[in-house]
Design a protein around this ligand. Structure first.
Ligand code: GDP
Ligand code: MG
Length: 599
């Protein structure tokens, strides 16, 4: 299409305000999909995403719309991931657009991610078009929601479309708004190729499919292209447009368009989100700004319950990584758990999604260790160690100082909950920055908090303390000095590596006590007494005891009935299968999991 008739846009929203539903409705209205072929929320194309109602990976589709002015427009809808863990991918998707449709739930009004996403879109100079959704609900108050958008965000909203994405009401108004108000792309199609990678996907037949937005120049099959950050060079096999139900190859894609190419690329690692694709023979002078290599923020050990499944776990992780460059893993071993992998994730949601996929799609039963952030430990010899595993914590005698990652936290909640939120943040070592009234009811709070304090249960706790009304956003703000200690857990005098953890000194004691209690509760009595201890270095800071069992199982069958004895032994063996042998102590897997789930 001519550049004047192209519109590249995203839909942004607070979670659950109706982004995916609107996307579906736009697809349907543009006749992109016959109604009976529509599965709900086509853009979220993994089952897991659909079930959890979240959008994990960005996707793009081209729609064709005949506007009221009689012209045909090419609308490229770029869907963005809906979670703070994927903020970088969101920023790259937005960089591929000229406009953003801001969906606001008319029953809820402006919420934390409404604001955060709007600011992100503004940073990319996007034209922002608010639309007010869910007007079919009795509780809808679009007039109030519009006033909020005007007052809080400062966007003109009074004439914005009022819609129901679910019932398909007023969808045309949204499309007309896009055509009239999102600026068409610019960029010289004759200049050297300059395209932004905003997503990629692995396909076992074609290799990696690279999703890109062309800023300048053009691309065609046979062309040699170069990824500017990774340096990799490939020959394009196919290029084309992304349609809702598949890909449509074409002869040439040019400046302003959104599409894909394939080039027999084996690994998504060479096609990094944010990288610039250029022509290998006549490259563009400068790469597009904003590229950042992915950086895992949270690590945990992943093991299989059945140790013999270790190779299956490795295969599964390799398969997932083909499609997810932000997942990292390397082998590690634990005395308690055997062979497994240290895995790095963008955040807790990313971690949960990967764990769930491993269990569901690859049918693995997993045991995971407590998640940990990356600590920076500076040693007396002048070196720095980045510690993502308590196991690698240096000998305290060699440590000069340590630092932990902090995040800038942004919480938006109704005024009445401020009294609940502040103590929660304080308790998690949050440093209050400021508080702002967004209107007479909504308050925005800023904190600096250690990442470690929010990865476990902060979001859930926040929701619980605010009847679900508060919303949370955070971004890494840097490293700060911290008084850290490594706590070892010992069973029967032996350290259990899978249970050790790093914590701030003030948090180490209560946490160690709770871990000891949990272990005591969950370890069945055995033939001997088992001391459960937590220690920092050689110093025990908490202790419990699992009392010895009074009778042997076999004592019940007075030496007589042999079949009964056999049955009992059988039963015991079955029980054993589910046990983890921690040194001399056997604990049931469930107990282990219960302990690891301790927040
Ligand atoms: P997203 O998280 O922004 O992608 O939100 P979804 O599109 O997944 O929608 C969240 C929930 O709101 C789903 O249960 C939708 O069915 C529902 N929903 C979306 N739009 C409407 C609407 O216009 N009216 C009503 N009643 N429900 C809607
Ligand atoms: Mg969604």
């Amino acid at each position: 299409a001519k550049q004047e008739n192209i519109r590249n846009f995203s839909i942004i929203a607070h979670i659950d305000h109706g982004k995916s539903t609107l996307a579906d409705r736009l697809l349907e209205t543009c006749g992109a999909v016959a109604q009976r072929q529509m599965s709900d929320q086509l853009l979220d194309n993994m089952d897991l995403e659909r079930e959890r109602g979240i959008t994990i990976k960005a996707r793009a589709v081209r729609l064709t719309y005949r506007a009221q002015d009689g012209e045909d427009y090419e609308l490229n809808l770029i869907d963005t991931p809906g979670h703070v863990d994927f903020n970088y991918e969101v920023s790259r998707s937005l960089a591929a657009c000229e406009g953003a449709v801001l969906v606001v739930d008319s029953t809820q009004g402006v919420e934390a991610q409404t604001l955060a996403n709007t600011y992100l879109a503004m940073e990319h100079d996007l034209e922002i078009l608010p639309v007010f959704n869910k007007i079919d609900l009795p509780a809808a108050d679009p007039a109030r929601a519009k006033q909020e958008v005007e007052d809080i965000i400062g966007l003109p909203a009074l004439d914005a479309p009022e819609i129901s994405a679910k019932m398909g009401i007023n969808i045309d108004a949204v499309l007309e708004d896009i055509v009239k108000n999102v600026p068409p792309p610019t960029g010289d199609p004759e200049a050297p190729l300059k395209a932004l990678i905003f997503d990629s996907q692995y396909d076992s037949y074609r290799g990696v499919i690279v999703y890109m937005r062309l800023m300048e120049g053009s691309v065609r099959p046979g062309q040699q292209v170069k990824m500017m950050a990774s340096g990799a060079v490939y020959q394009v096999v196919e290029c084309g447009h992304l349609l809702p139900l598949g890909m449509e190859p074409c002869e040439r894609l040019s400046a302003g368009e959104v599409g894909y190419f394939t080039a027999s690329i084996k690994n998504v690692k060479d096609t990094r989100v944010g990288d610039t694709v250029t022509d290998a023979a006549s490259p563009t002078a400068e790469a597009l700004p904003g590229y950042r290599p992915v950086q895992p923020m949270v690590y945990c050990g992943i093991y299989t319950e059945d140790g013999s499944k270790y190779p299956d776990l490795r295969d599964a992780l390799e398969k997932l990584q083909l499609n997810d460059a932000s997942l990292s893993f390397e082998p590690e071993s634990s005395v308690a758990l055997g062979f497994g992998f240290r895995c790095g994730f963008l955040g807790m949601l990313h971690m949960e999604v990967i764990q769930e996929r491993l269990e569901r799609e690859f049918d693995l039963d997993l045991v995971t260790t407590l998640p940990s952030v990356i600590y920076h430990v500076y040693k007396t010899d002048g070196t720095m160690v980045a510690v993502d595993n308590p196991h690698n914590y240096p000998d305290p005698a060699t440590i000069e100082r340590a630092e932990e990652p902090y995040v800038k936290v942004n919480i938006i909640a109704p005024n009445e909950f401020v009294g609940n939120i502040m103590p929660m943040c304080q308790d998690r070592r949050g440093e209050f920055k400021d508080m702002q009234y967004l209107d007479t009811n909504l308050v925005e709070l800023h904190y600096q908090m250690p990442l470690n304090e929010i990865i476990y249960d902060f979001f859930d706790a926040l929701k619980a303390n605010t009847k679900g009304y508060a919303s949370l956003d955070y971004e890494l703000s840097g490293y700060r000095p911290s008084e850290l200690v490594k706590v070892d857990m010992k069973l029967n005098g032996e350290a259990v590596d899978a249970l050790s953890f790093i914590a701030h000194r003030d948090k180490a004691y209560p946490r160690a006590r709770r871990l000891c209690e949990k272990l005591k509760e969950n370890i069945p009595r055995q033939l001997f007494e088992i001391p459960v201890q937590a220690a920092i270095g050689g110093r025990v800071i908490a202790r419990e005891t699992v009392k010895a069992m009074r009778k042997d199982v076999l004592a019940k069958c007075y030496g007589g009935d042999i079949t009964r004895k056999k049955k009992l032994l059988e039963k015991q063996k079955e029980g054993k299968k589910k046990m983890r042998s921690l040194g001399t102590v056997q604990i049931p897997t469930e107990a282990f999991l219960a302990v690891l789930k301790l927040d």
